[in-house]
Design a protein around this ligand. Structure first.
Ligand code: MLT
Length: 410
């Protein structure tokens, strides 16, 4: 008889954003007239930059002629894209990687979820609390944790609390771990780690033979000079860190899908026979076995952001969402709420009024002013009493949402 992967049964009912979608759909069915403003899931609303559209149209035309038609491409990505990424995001900062250290994919959600497959099944995992649920859930699915405890934590996982008390900068783990997930700028808190803090983490990882899985999907939103846009700005990081980047929030590719992961040759782990093996070799094996490459048309669209005009358009797009973030931050502060983030990130993290539970605040907001946000508790127990709003809405909705917050009674 076939059996199931019992680890899946350890997980709570549904994925966070699926649960929010379900609740909003139920509310909408009961109140079809409700004018709902969605600031929940971090999904972009503005069209793709014109350079991407032009490049993709051209690529579509290429597919129409046998001389320029493309079938399978390299699983790791076309060199026109990998070289452009390395040149613009790394070489410009004096950081050098070979094209065999970068892997183009369909986005960071898949990569941050799949990366754990190349680690030992008994490896110890540390995550921040709150955290982007993908890091935790995929490790639960892989059997790297025990059961969910009453306090909302899984057995066998090291949680690093991030709250207003520690300025959302986690303390170093008290015990050693093998894999450590860091997200900067952070989803969900919208806060960042300074160069000094990140240096502390890299040094700790080196001392403890830990691999940092560094999610930099929101790097394009960094406005402050003291926040590194890549972990490889920190000396020694090439020996301990794997970095994930995405076009989703940088260039509006949430629906178009394109991201990439840097796996330096110098990041290694121990094999059963005691030898050191490059994670790069394993990730390459996984990628070529389970993935057939990101669509040529999409990669052409992604590469277009690295032209001079592309850089200008992407800057405008990110600027638009950062302006929304400012509007929300200032508007909510005026409404008497305590807010964090939104300066180097498209997320605003707010303290719920009167210590209200996150899901209670979700209901209050939906019912009283028809705004959808994301309950902090959905990102982990330390997110309880917090709430996340995204700045990825359009300007009009953002302004209307802020107005509605002024009328909120709590
Ligand atoms: C979020 O809302 O946290 C993001 O949209 C999730 C993602 O990028 O997958």
């Amino acid at each position: 008889m076939a059996t199931i992967n019992d680890n899946y049964l350890k997980l709570p009912g549904s994925y966070l954003f699926a649960e929010i979608g379900r609740r909003v759909a139920a509310y909408k069915e009961a109140h079809p007239e409700a004018d709902i403003i969605r600031l929940g899931i971090g999904d972009v609303t503005q069209p793709l930059p014109a350079v991407c559209i032009e490049a993709m149209h051209k690529a579509v035309d290429e597919m129409a002629h046998k001389e320029t038609f493309r079938g399978y491409g390299p699983e790791q990505g076309y060199e026109f894209l990998t070289k452009a990424i390395l040149k613009n995001n790394y070489e410009s900062k004096g950081i050098h990687f070979g094209t065999d250290e970068i892997f183009v994919s369909d986005g960071s959600k898949s990569d941050t979820g799949n990366i754990q497959e190349i680690f030992g099944s008994a490896d110890k995992v540390a995550i921040t609390d709150p955290v982007y649920p993908v890091y935790l859930d995929t490790n639960v699915m892989a059997g790297r944790t025990g059961s969910l405890k009453e306090d909302g934590h899984f057995e066998g996982v090291t949680y690093l609390p991030c709250t207003a008390e520690n300025n959302f900068a986690p303390d170093l783990p008290k015990e050693r771990v093998d894999m450590l997930y860091l997200c900067c700028p952070n989803n969900p808190t919208g806060t960042t780690l300074s160069r000094e803090e990140l240096t502390k983490w890299v040094n700790w990882a080196k001392e403890n033979d830990t691999v940092i899985l560094f999610d930099a999907a929101y790097a394009a939103y960094i406005t402050e000079p003291d926040v590194p846009t890549t972990i490889y700005e920190i000396p020694g990081a090439k020996d301990v860190a794997i970095e994930f980047r995405s076009f989703s929030k940088t260039a509006g590719f949430t629906g178009t899908r394109c991201g990439y992961t840097i796996v330096p040759h110098t990041v290694t782990g121990k094999a059963a026979d005691g030898s050191r093996v490059e994670y790069n070799k394993l990730w390459n094996r996984r990628h070529t076995t389970k993935f057939n490459g990101t669509a040529y048309i999409v990669q052409r669209g992604a590469a277009a952001i690295y032209t001079e005009e592309g850089q200008k358009q992407v800057k405008e797009l990110v600027g638009y969402y950062l302006e929304n973030a400012r509007i929300i931050r200032e508007g909510l502060t005026k409404a008497g709420l305590e807010v964090y983030g939104g300066i180097n990130a498209p997320y605003i993290w707010l303290k719920t009024p009167n210590n209200m539970k996150s899901w209670d605040f979700f209901d209050l907001l939906l019912k009283q002013v028809n705004i959808v946000g994301t309950p902090g508790a959905g990102f982990g127990p330390c997110g309880e009493g917090y709430f996340r709003l995204t700045s990825f809405g359009n300007r009009e909705d953002t302004l209307r949402a802020v107005e509605r917050f002024q009328q909120l009674k709590f």
